[in-house]
Design a protein around this ligand. Structure first.
Ligand code: ACO
Length: 321
């Protein structure tokens, strides 16, 4: 039995923040942000709008696209680093709204790689026969852990949600997923506080993202390059078999480096970083839904998903649509 993606959905909060708005808040320029990151604008959640609020929109769209009703879902795997609450986990909060009572529902925390991790877990449930119609979500309110006094990170992060529905199928779907982590890099990209460790003095009990950008960039390019090679080799497929690369949208220069490694022209890469910024676990499903809904990604296409994030964590998934 295979797990196939039969529906995708996404949601972006209403408020659009252009680079020029950030110029007024911090010592930066539209030109610098575009050149170094590729970002032109991003979306910020409204006050009171939460990760699960956004996830619900994305999930309902994915379920509708799959031709199912919310009650048909028998597993929810929810990737986020910015949960509404410590518990109940976001998966169960979403389940209560969708009404698919009784199905297992849980969250996965692997920063920007969260969606690839969640997809990999859901795939295994379906292959093992323990779920037939799984909802996999990536959703974040990263602006709640963004330090708007730090121009090196504040320009990058944003909010949004994406989701896919996986169904058990005899046709091929998720061909394989490759997950990795190396916790020895924990100090290059992290959040400054948490429930158990507490918060730094004078932080007002607010945790924020800290990143050594240049160092993170180098490791991301190397590890993602290795990951795409690995997932192709595992499936005995050449680079030329890939129809679309759907990468994590952290930085256009990282995306271009991975595309070069795959000998893929940028016309074969779904790029949303200019409009979405870095939405962490939401980034890959948001890009995937964009490519599906605008008609570029079609049934039968071979797509390669990849992501890299805090931990460091990283991974790739090869998927027949
Ligand atoms: N506006 C203007 N200047 C800036 C800004 C800004 N917003 N931010 C930094 N600068 C300055 C720096 O101070 C530095 O000045 P200096 O040369 O006088 O010291 C100069 O610009 C260059 O800074 P770098 O950090 O070297 O810039 P770089 O080209 O590396 O770009 C960036 C920074 C965009 C953060 C890049 O390193 C990057 O994308 N890193 C990887 C991000 C990533 O993939 N993260 C993983 C996923 S995220 C997650 O898991 C939550």
């Amino acid at each position: 039995m295979n797990a196939r993606i039969i529906g995708t959905g996404s949601y972006l909060p209403e408020r659009v923040v252009h680079n020029t708005e950030l110029e007024k808040l911090m010592d930066t320029t539209d030109e610098w942000i575009r050149e170094r990151t590729g970002i032109e604008q991003r979306h910020y959640a409204a006050e009171g709008e939460t990760t699960v609020d956004m996830a619900e929109h994305a999930a309902r769209r994915a379920i509708e696209a799959a031709g199912l009703a919310p009650g048909d879902i028998d597993l929810i795997v929810f990737a986020t680093a910015t949960p509404d609450l410590v518990f109940p986990n976001c998966g169960t909060l979403l389940q209560a709204r969708l009404g698919c009572t009784g199905a297992p529902a849980f969250s996965v925390e692997a920063a920007c790689s969260g969606f690839i991790y969640a997809l990999s877990i859901a795939d295994k449930f379906v292959r093992a026969g323990e779920a037939k119609r799984a909802l996999v979500v990536g959703a974040e309110t990263l602006t709640r852990i963004t330090d708007f006094t730090d121009r090196t990170t504040a320009i990058l992060f944003a909010d949004g949600a994406g989701a896919v529905v996986l169904a058990a199928s005899e046709e091929p779907g998720i061909l394989s997923t490759q997950l990795h982590a190396d916790g020895s890099y924990k100090d290059l990209l992290y959040c400054t506080g948490g429930v158990s460790k507490g918060y730094p003095p004078d932080s007002g009990n607010r945790a924020v993202i800290r990143m050594a950008g240049r160092e993170t960039f180098k490791v991301a390019v190397t590890m993602l390059g290795n990951s795409v090679d690995e997932v192709l080799a595992k499936n005995g497929l050449p680079k030329s078999a890939i129809n679309w690369l759907v990468p994590h949208q952290a930085n256009i220069r990282i995306i271009q480096a991975v595309a070069r490694k795959l000998d893929l022209p940028m016309e074969r890469v779904i790029v949303t970083v200019q409009d979405h910024g870095n939405t962490s676990a939401a980034s890959v499903p948001l890009a995937l839904d964009t490519g599906v809904r605008d008609g570029r990604i079609r049934k039968g296409d071979l797509i390669l998903l990849e992501a890299f994030g805090g931990g460091f964590t990283w991974g790739a998934a090869l998927v027949r649509m």
